[in-house]
Design a binder for this molecule. Structure first.
Ligand SMILES: [Zn+2]
Length: 93
């Protein structure tokens, strides 16, 4: 499982393995505890995680916002869990 988190220092979205204790921010070099960073989503695949991180950054850039509202976070979760469920179903059969 991968957690979509955000660097508490420079606010860059990234992801970390949920067993990983520390995350070193690739943008600002800040090391922080994964468990203490705000978690936006959790996904099963790191390719998905990368994709979602890009989408989230694009969204904030497009809307000129600094963060997601709780409603937007909820919507993201709903959107991507549905998406992942569909994808998983398709690949099984
Ligand atoms: Zn950072």
């Amino acid at each position: 499982m991968y957690l979509i988190i955000r660097c508490p220092s420079c606010r860059t979205f990234t992801y970390a393995d949920n067993f990983q204790r520390w995350k070193l921010c690739p943008t600002c070099g800040h090391a922080y505890e994964v468990a203490k960073a705000p978690t936006y989503l959790d996904v099963h695949d790191h390719h998905e995680a990368e994709h979602i991180v890009r989408q989230m950054e694009k969204h904030l850039h497009a809307t000129k916002k600094k963060d997601f509202t709780p409603e937007e976070t909820e919507e993201l979760r709903h959107h991507y869990t549905t998406h992942l469920r569909t994808k998983k179903h398709n690949s099984v059969h």
